[in-house]
Unconditional design. Structure first.
Length: 240
């Protein structure tokens, strides 16, 4: 038995619907390694339960596994907004979310995360046009989904797991949407060790993650710790 196997067998089991999503992702979707997986999924669930967020924002849905893990910490009236740029995954994501009763708490947005967040902050009509929504905005950071649920900042918890080249921009865009004391989680921040490997000095994703890690190191608006979990998970707390 490997150490990874030991960790899995001694951690709480994942729900059956998450096992089904894992199997289907590995069979039908390219790059299944992007899935959070059993142990990280249980960590995301645990962190969400500890933080007890009422509203969660996720950047990068993939096949919906991490969204469902994070949703485990939501209260009865809580909402999770997840943004995915790849429209080819939409039917897969919606099918996976329907496997769990928690799926009813999740609003899927098919859009570019940077464009969506910029529009969310500026109360721009572009957010409705890009996402194909037809509703009215009630304030500077809220729109109404077709489901009838209002998406509204602030978000108590944000999970960043989208384009690694854009992590610094994501951090700056979500900063005003998170209250002081709120949490941001960033995935893949060790990038399979590439962040300290000179062989990847010209790789744009590696450079984006290095810049993100370096920015956090110098940014007194946050306190943070990198966990060597899977591909690196950074826990960030907004301090001012």
């Amino acid at each position: 038995m490997s150490l990874d196997d030991y960790i899995i067998t001694h951690s709480s089991p994942e729900p059956e619907y998450l096992e089904a999503i894992t199997r289907a992702t590995h069979i039908h979707v390219l790059n299944p390694h992007m899935l959070s997986g059993h142990v990280q999924g249980r960590v995301l669930s645990m962190l969400s339960r500890m933080i007890q967020p009422k509203r969660i924002l996720e950047l990068g849905t993939f096949t919906g596994y991490s969204a469902l893990c994070l949703a485990e910490g939501l209260p009865e009236d809580g909402r999770l907004v997840t943004i995915e740029h790849n429209d080819e995954l939409e039917s897969t994501i919606r099918r996976n979310l329907d496997l769990s009763p928690l799926g009813s708490k999740i609003d899927l947005i098919i859009a570019d995360a940077k464009e969506y967040l910029t529009a969310l902050q500026s109360n721009s009509a572009a957010i409705l046009q890009h996402s194909g929504l037809s509703a009215q905005q009630s304030n500077s950071a809220a729109v109404l989904q077709p489901s009838g649920h209002q998406i509204e900042a602030p978000f108590d918890l944000v999970f960043i797991d989208a384009d690694k080249r854009e992590y610094c921009d994501y951090l700056n865009l979500v900063y005003p949407l998170v209250p002081v004391g709120g949490f941001i989680l960033a995935d893949n921040t060790l990038w399979d060790g590439h962040v300290i490997d000179s062989a990847y000095d010209r790789d744009k994703q590696t450079l984006g993650l290095r810049a993100f890690n370096d920015q956090l190191k110098e940014d007194d608006r946050f306190e943070q710790v990198i966990l060597p979990l899977r591909d690196g998970l950074t826990i960030i707390r907004k301090t001012r």
